[in-house]
Ligand binder design. Structure first.
Ligand code: C2G
Length: 449
């Protein structure tokens, strides 16, 4: 009996998939089809798969060509499957020519001609038309955003607005998009608005973009008052629009895995979370120069509060802030202590003080440590009382990581709620509330030292 194996995502099942499976079956007597998991697809950079694993398996089954269906979870599995199932032929479409030649030592490798003019990507665009992204702001983060968004099929950065037209034009020329002088025209040409303007302007731009009927992705911090955050989310919901706060860590696969594992009981009950993020900046930079919204906590606090809120929730008993400030009263180094009924958390942020950027989660039966850059979560260790008992976990973090939030936003616009847990409305509202308290205390102390 000749055994054949092939693999694929088989998203939005189409004629190309059908013909591939048909020909794969004709190569032998028994066909095994490996269908990829969402996690594996994410890890290999396929970010916008629409159908669930079960639907994709069901569609493969319906063809009647597969004698057996298995799930493909990771790189390296193909080699193991070939051994395990005693495979004679590995086959895949011609878009992969050369990529699987390394399997030739173990079985025959056949690349079948790909069916022309049909692909899941083309179908995704038909199902959901391309979303045009308009960008407000032209700073460093906006420059990182454009190439990341280009990697997500289904969106297209089209235009940029900056009240300083010269900056908008420079940015537009660099990225081959349109610069707008008139903000009304800018909104007309956008379906999603990405806000990467100075922090103090976020609230008013988010509101304005929502009023124009646009979905919004706003860089962190969304705003500086719990009430304002609530108002923005309420407004978005009433109008059927999606509002996302862009804290990239929240959307990356490694962080979701970390939170899932931490909550699984692997270290017992969680009692401590210590998150530290420092980045040295000169006094002349916006991060320290902005007299109202500058400083280490406003700049970096969203990252550090994220694991705390994810693991301990919103019902804290007390928040205390301690800072070292520059001559303008802007904090160079801030420690925030958050007390919960059953846990203690600290968020440490520095722009003028450098420290070890670590995330440490302590529990009644062990601890989890994520070394810097934990905010681009890709590797973490679980430790127990016995120092040699260490479990290691890893996940890929691709590029600058902004692609993950764009991808989730796009899915959400398409009605997919599977990723809603990653950064909730309550997360953003609570963060805005803590920043509000921080700013009130900083301002109060500045006025009454
Ligand atoms: N295919 C095809 N013709 C098309 C589109 C796809 O013959 N017009 C083939 C692909 O070459 C592949 C199979 O259909 O052999 C499944 O395609 P995808 O769902 O796009 O999966 P892919 O990313 O190619 O996964 O481990 C996964 C495999 O390496 C391949």
């Amino acid at each position: 009996m000749i055994k054949v194996i092939t693999y694929g995502t088989f998203d939005l099942f189409h004629e190309g998939h059908y013909k591939l499976l048909q020909r794969a079956k004709q190569l032998g007597d028994y066909l095994i089809v490996g269908v990829t998991t969402e996690e594996y697809d994410q890890a290999r950079g396929k970010l916008n798969v629409k159908d669930s694993l079960l639907t994709r398996i069901e569609n493969v089954k319906k063809t009647g060509f597969a004698d057996e269906i298995i799930v493909e979870e990771s790189q390296g599995q193909k080699f193991r499957d070939i051994k395990k199932y005693n495979i004679d032929i590995f086959t895949v479409g011609s878009d992969w020519i050369g990529s699987f030649d390394y399997l030739k030592d173990y079985c025959k490798v056949i690349y079948l001609d790909r069916t022309k003019n049909i692909s899941s990507t083309m179908l995704r665009i038909q199902v959901e038309p391309i979303q045009r992204i308009g960008i407000i702001g032209t700073g460093r983060i906006a420059n990182r955003f454009v190439p990341e968004a280009a990697l997500v099929s289904g969106v297209n950065a089209r235009g940029v607005y900056n009240p300083n037209l010269k900056s908008a034009k420079l940015f537009a020329n660099k990225w081959g998009i349109d610069a707008y002088e008139d903000i009304e025209e800018f909104y007309q040409a956008s379906d999603i608005v990405y806000i990467a303007s100075p922090h103090g302007s976020h609230y008013s731009y988010v509101k304005q973009a929502l009023e124009h009927g646009k979905h919004v992705l706003c860089e962190k911090p969304l705003c500086f008052s719990k009430e304002q955050a609530k108002e923005l989310f309420r407004y978005a919901k009433d109008k059927g629009l999606i509002l996302f706060e862009g804290i990239k860590t929240a959307y990356c696969p490694g962080f979701a895995k970390l939170i899932g594992i931490a909550c699984s009981g692997i270290i017992g009950s969680i009692r401590g979370v210590e998150a530290c993020f420092t980045k040295l900046e000169s006094n002349s930079k916006r991060e320290l120069g902005d007299m109202t919204y500058g400083g280490s906590f406003i700049e970096l606090g969203s990252y550090c509060m994220l694991p705390i809120l994810k693991l301990f929730g919103y019902d804290y008993e007390e928040v205390r802030f301690d800072s070292i400030k520059n001559e303008n009263g802007i904090d160079l180094y801030t420690k925030v202590c958050i007390r919960y009924p059953n846990g203690l958390a600290t968020a440490t942020c520095g722009l003028g003080v450098k420290s070890e950027g670590k995330l440490l989660i302590s529990g009644t039966e062990g601890y989890i440590v994520v070394e810097a850059p934990w905010w681009k979560t890709s590797y973490f260790e679980v430790h127990h009382e016995n120092p040699s008992d260490i479990e290691r976990f890893s996940e890929r973090f691709l590029g600058d990581g902004l692609r993950y939030e764009v991808c989730d936003l796009l899915s959400k616009i398409g009605g997919d709620t599977r990723n809603d847990f990653k950064l909730t409305r309550s997360d953003s509202e609570t963060m805005a509330g803590i920043m509000e308290q921080f700013l009130a205390e900083r301002e109060g102390r500045r006025m009454n030292p």
